[in-house]
Design a protein around this ligand. Sequence first.
Ligand SMILES: [Fe+2]
Length: 221
Amino acid sequence: MSLTLAPLPFALNALAPHMSQETLEIHHGKHHKAYVDKLNTLTPGTRYEGKSLEAIVKMSFDAGDHVVFNNAAQVFNHDFFWNSLKPAGGGEPTGSLRTALDEKFGSFDAFKAAFKEAALGQFGSGWAWLCYNIDGLTITKTSNAETPLLVNSRLLMTCDVWEHAYYVDYRNRRADFVDVFLNHLVNWDFAQANYDAATAHFKAVLEKQEATQAALEQDVA
Ligand SMILES: [Fe+2]
């Protein structure tokens, strides 16, 4: 079964003036769609057929199938990016994620500065991410289609810093786009839900490790 382009989780004009309808028509309707269409030409009759998108991303990376990986990961990353945005987004998160951000980075402003530094520090095309892994909250950047999914990080939210994400609205001013992303677009509800799932996941992993260790120690005794 072929993959279909997931619809945007908001109307084409819902993010204006921060992200214009023209940007969304090109970014979602042309760039994102092109990755979906290309992937659908690559997977029929292969071992990727019938696999989940996430599985195709990991399998193709491990196998060194660069063309499949680039298109599959870009479909995955864009799906995640659209959900990282919302109309009247931005502002400051509340709840447990806010507490964790303050603890990790010292303050919310310090978090924003670190995220912006990662987004601007990505040379060429790529992505800036807020993730959660065994070390807690982390900010990371990836090049081209690469994704922290490959290192078993749990993803909380992302900002697309390919030029096609901002060139229509901000020309070459990536810094202005990242400021707008943080102040007016980022979907903290989505990030909080992902944070809840990530912390529950790592808590379960830790409990399982502790139970295994306790059982081993009992066997030795
Ligand atoms: Fe993009």
